[in-house]
Design a protein around this ligand. Structure first.
Ligand code: AMP
Length: 122
């Protein structure tokens, strides 16, 4: 089944400049900004500028340049926030209904600033 992208999702609107964001880093293909409802002292979202719904969509259809830019930008955010190398962090990417994805634009959560505890809450 082809991926279907909703261009009205909130991150698409952030990318179009319709909604403000607290930018941490912007590169040619990637934007990183603070999550509006932080779940940890550091909670940054990293998103590709392209229209991709999930990790698997991005990995399958983005160009090598976009994929490299995204991961280098995420790593740069970790350096900028002093969590890598250092105390460490957790990355999460939710996809689809079982992943409890709220915003249907691919994003990586970077969480840090405290011990994260077990991988999944019960
Ligand atoms: P997910 O459940 O993985 O789709 O996560 C979506 C994340 O986007 C949540 O952590 C929200 O707090 C966050 N979020 C929603 N709207 C905004 C916004 N306008 N600016 C920043 N983060 C947002």
């Amino acid at each position: 089944m082809p991926y279907s992208y909703d261009s009205q999702n909130i991150f698409a609107r952030i990318l179009r400049g319709e909604i403000p964001n607290k930018t941490v880093l912007e590169t040619a293909h990637t934007l990183a900004f603070h999550d509006i409802r932080p779940q940890a002292p550091v909670h940054v979202l990293v998103i590709p500028k392209g229209a991709y719904v999930t990790f698997d969509h991005f990995a399958a259809e983005a160009s090598a340049e976009e994929i490299t830019d995204f991961h280098r930008a995420a790593a740069e955010v970790c350096r900028m926030l002093d969590i890598a190398p250092g105390s460490g962090y957790r990355t999460i990417s939710n996809a689809g209904s079982h992943g409890c994805q709220e915003v249907p634009h691919y994003h990586l959560h970077i969480l840090a600033g405290k011990i994260m505890g077990p991988m999944l809450g019960h």
